[in-house]
Design a protein around this ligand. Structure first.
Ligand code: HEM
Length: 195
């Protein structure tokens, strides 16, 4: 894939594009990473709804090889499908597969888990991002966040302001001013937070 030009038609080539981590060429396969594993079905599933069952047949999405995904019917189907088999494996219409493109096999052991990561650093990362912004970006963020927070209930407002203050004292103070928060209260709440 060579990225060397901008699109000619935004709708056809950007709005209708369907990029999915599950569309892989032979020789490249996903790792066991759980974030990626979730994405393998999530994108294709969303595109089935967003663009439809025939998304893969649009010029921007068409593979070099003919689309052979077993999707059935759907709006604007350009195919010339014979038969009704939309499942696999099938004795009636076997779908060929390429043996050399099969995923490699890996023996796994250990245990599954559901727990938060050991070191989150939620405040440090938010502070780094604020400090990386230009003066104008900081001003826009402070104004927008402050105005939205100004209508929140009193307790929620101060909890959120303490998060911002913990991320960056200047950031928290500036948003507190616009949101009409009590800075002494914000500082006291922030002092109890752990990164
Ligand atoms: C490393 C983590 C991830 C990266 C780098 C990533 C990246 C992206 C990008 C670049 C887009 C396209 C945005 C656009 O169209 O402007 C996207 C869309 C999307 N992402 Fe992710 N994502 C990640 C994690 C996830 C996870 C964990 C899920 C769900 C399990 C997910 C589900 C989706 C869905 C459903 C879309 C819309 C697909 C479509 O309609 O075409 N993503 N993601």
């Amino acid at each position: 894939m060579v990225l060397n030009r901008n699109v000619d038609n935004f709708f056809q080539e950007t709005e209708q594009v369907a990029l999915a981590p599950s569309n892989l060429i032979a020789g490249i396969e996903p790792s066991e990473d759980r974030l990626l594993q979730g994405r393998l079905f999530s994108y294709a599933d969303t595109q089935m709804y967003r663009i439809g069952a025939n998304a893969g047949s649009l010029p921007i999405n068409q593979p070099r090889a003919a689309v052979n995904n077993g999707n059935q019917d759907g709006l604007l189907n350009p195919g010339r499908t014979q038969g009704m088999v939309n499942y696999e494996p099938s004795r009636l219409q076997p779908r060929s597969s390429t043996e050399s493109a099969r995923y490699s096999q890996l023996t796994l052991s250990d245990t599954t888990q559901q727990q938060s990561i050991a070191r989150e650093q939620n405040f440090k990362q938010a502070g780094d991002l604020y400090r990386a912004f230009s003066k104008n970006e900081q001003r826009d963020l402070v104004n927008s966040f402050g105005q939205s927070l100004s209508v929140a209930d009193d307790q929620s407002k101060h909890i959120i302001l303490s998060f911002l203050y913990k991320a960056d004292a200047e950031y928290g103070s500036r948003v507190a001013k616009i949101a009409k928060g009590d800075l002494t209260r914000v500082k006291a709440l922030a002092a109890d937070l752990q990164d």
